[in-house]
Design a protein around this ligand. Sequence first.
Ligand code: UDP
Ligand code: MG
Length: 139
Amino acid sequence: MTKSITFTMLKPDAVKNNYTGKIIDHVLNAGFSLKAMKYIWLTAEQAGSFYAVHKERPFYNDLVGYMSSGPIVAIVLEKENAVEDFRKTIGATDPQKAEPGTIRNLYAQSIEANAVHGSDSDVNAQIEASFFFSKFEQF
Ligand code: UDP
Ligand code: MG
């Protein structure tokens, strides 16, 4: 099966709580490889632009504030069936509903501060990876 990519961010709560190493280890153990990685503090404008798809949602303003409240780690991951398998690896958006052993079950604080992002489609994975990286495909 052909490999595909997905995009993740280790969110400000995960970075502040020093879970960066544990989460990357979890992701590697789940069979993903790292294609590009960057430690970066988003401005509110950048966070708002990344989550523009949610701008009509009631949680949008809080989400933008939260995502620009501290540094994140942006990562492009590769694996067979990357998008779907990564969504399984991270678990449900609400950590209370995330399966035991998933990243959000283990490391998230709340439905907003839920440790990690994961792309929801191959098209969005490309768009999101391109938001942070220009040449991830060459590695
Ligand atoms: N979010 C929130 N409240 C909600 C739903 C989502 O604060 O009721 C935040 C949360 O950080 C989530 C992000 O908005 O990860 C994007 O929401 P989405 O529905 O796309 O969830 P995801 O794809 O991250 O599981
Ligand atoms: Mg989403």
